[in-house]
Design a protein around this ligand. Structure first.
Ligand SMILES: [Zn+2]
Length: 88
């Protein structure tokens, strides 16, 4: 995981593009980072981010794995299970 000094090149590029107050610079950097991540990396990052920032986290009633909004559908039942546990 890149943090501290390893993240500096990202901030340097952001500064060169206009800094963190520039929405276009932010979008350009975020788009590029996403394009350079695998689907699995994005998924893991999103799970971690939701946990750290205490965002809406939905977990499987069976295995406890965090589920995507898509996987859960609109229902908000206590006994929601992931696609894998549901045998889908
Ligand atoms: Zn499960």
């Amino acid at each position: 995981m890149a943090s501290g000094e390893f993240a500096i090149p990202v901030y340097d590029i952001l500064d060169e593009l206009g800094g963190d107050q520039d929405i276009n610079a932010l979008n350009t950097v975020i788009d590029s980072l996403i394009h350079n991540m695998t689907g699995r990396e994005v998924e893991q990052w999103a799970e971690r981010f939701r946990r750290v920032h205490e965002l809406h986290v939905l977990s499987c009633h069976e295995c406890g794995r965090a589920m995507s909004e898509e996987e859960c559908g609109d229902e908000s039942t206590e006994e929601r299970v992931c696609d894998e546990c549901a045998g889908l």
